[in-house]
Structure formats: C-alpha cells, structure tokens
Design a protein around this ligand. Sequence first.
Ligand code: PLP
Length: 359
Amino acid sequence: MGRVYNFSAGPSMLPEEVLKKAAEEMVEYGTAGMSVMEMSHRSADFQAIIDEAESLVRELMHVPDNYKVLFLQGGGSTQFAMIPMNLGTKNKKADFVITGQWAKKAAAEAERFIEVNRVASSADKTFSYIPKLDKSAFSKDADYFYICYNNTIYGTRYTELPQTDATLVADISSCVMSEEIDVSKFGLLFAGAQKNLGPAGVTLVIVREDLIGDALEGTPTMLQYKTHADNGSMYNTPPTYAIYILKLVLEWVKAQGGVKAVQEINEKKAKILYDFLDSSELFKGTVVKEDRSLMNVPFVTGNEELDAKFVKEAKAAGFVNLKGHRTVGGMRASIYNAMPVEGVEKLVAFMKKFEAENK
Ligand SMILES: *Cc1c(COP(=O)(O)O)cnc(C)c1O
C-alpha cells in the first residue's frame, strides 16, 4: 500500500528522511560495529548522540544557559507528579488553567501533593476556547502557574501567555518545536516526544536551574530533577534509541531552517485546512477562531453517521487516524511538523470530494 498520510494525535508521523536514515544506521551505527540499541549508554558513541541532542534542543529553542535540558522517562504524565514534587515546595500551592483533559489530569495529580487553585476553565463549552483570566482569582503565593500550551484533544492553543508573577510552567507536548516559544518566560517546559520530537519513551524537560534541588520530603530519587540534572540525564539507563531518533528529528528540523521556518510551514498547513472548514457547508471546526491550534484540528459534520462514513472512506483513500477523540466526537487532523503541506492539500481535496458526494 505504501506510506499513508497519518493524522494521528500521537504517536504520530515522523519525517520519512529520519526513518530512512535510522534504517540505514539500524544494524551498524557509524564505525561502532553495532546498532545504537545495542550500545552502552556509557560509550563514547552514545555520549556523542545525547550531547548532540541536547545541543540541538538548545540551539533550536534558544534555551538560555541557566536552564537544564533533560531527557527523562515516564512520558508527559510523569511530569504531572514531578512538577509539584519538585516545584511546589515553598508554599505548596499552584495555580492551574483547565483547558482540557491534560490540564485536568495534571491538576488532579498535583493535588495529591500540594494545594491546587483552578483559576479558570473552559469545561463549560467542551474546552473549545482558551478562557480569559481574571487576576483576582490568582493565588498571591503560588509556587507556580501551570498551563497546557496546546490542547491536543480539543485543538486550542495559547497565543498570549498569562500575566502572572508566579513561575510559569507549560506542557508543550503537542507543540514543541512547532512554533517559536520564548523559553526565558518559563520556569519549566516539558514535552513527551511522541507528537513532535520522536518516538514514545523519552520526555524532554527544560527547567531553570534555580528550581532544581528542593524536592518535597520523600520524593523518590528518580523523580527528582536534581538526580537527572547532576548526571546529564544518565543517572540510570536513559531511553537510548528514542534519544537517538529525537536527535535525528532535531537535525531534520534544523535542515528545514529551524523552528521559525517550521512554524511558517505549520501556519500555511493550518490555514489551508481552516480556510476550507470556514468555507465548507458540510464540515466545520469546533474551536473559536482566535484560539485555534496549529497542530490539532478537530472538525465535525454535525451528523455522527456521516462522520463515521468520512473516517472510513478517508482511511481507504490513505488518510488515516482522523477519528476525533471520544470526548469530542467527529474528526481530528493532527498536522504535526512531519506532516507535509501536500498531505494537508490532499486531505482538503478529499474533503471537497466527500462534501460534493454527500450533499
Ligand atoms: C499526549 C499528551 C500528554 C501525555 O503524554 P504521555 O507521554 O502519554 O504521558 C500530556 N500532555 C499533552 C498536551 C499531550 O498531548
């Protein structure tokens, strides 16, 4: 059948160049005489891989020198606990904006360790917008202020950051390297790799150095940022192969011209799809225009049977994983960095044809 256009929300498409390069190097990496999977994480070859991965993160995201770049395990979800355990130590309190399932889960997990203040929520309209914030709802003494920057399930994203004096923390799992982010505005950023950075199994954490080292009493060694910061993400065996693929993906991002260039392509892709949704009589987007994600585009026909028919026919035509999240229904096209413009153009052509056939 050949490669399809994969609109999965995650794990998701990887650049074909990356997969081919990994295939070339699968059995023998350079002069190592073995696969990266078989290498000691203490070998010079692997050290060079992880060093290059870190240096590419720093270069592509313009990470200031007073931040650590960590490669951890446990997915984005483990950060939901690590953040309160490591950052919620002074006043044991944090503010959260509830913009969807991931923010909700992060707040619920934090609440097991510290006091959580939910300053706003868009639950009233199925998380179809980013709520306006009322500063009077903010805690005076929050250790940090938590947002989910891009809401993978509902297809919203922040275009303006909350004006807070507290340390800003953001889940950027589904938008990392898709648009420019000013790291210096945040105390901590994290991203599970499987949306925009590589395969599942590695989580990128970027954390300001002064926030490291003061974990809650009883925090397990593996859940302390200090453990990983002091050991170059190699306190124990890191997810070596996932880090290697992540490095290849970052080399690919750099070859595209860096994050700014990738952002321009992403804006172009999103515009193609949203412009069509705005002009269509059959399909419509579910998110308010000003908060639309560049990465995840949910849409519906308004008729569940027709939605199912569309997903089925799209799949047969080589556009897969378009079924929406169970809490939203309808469809969702995730158009991460690795989705080429052509994939979106072809999807829109297919949608037009489907619309004409199902008037
Ligand atoms: C996928 C996702 C997560 C969860 O990541 P896991 O690695 O599966 O734990 C968290 N936050 C956001 C925004 C996501 O898209």
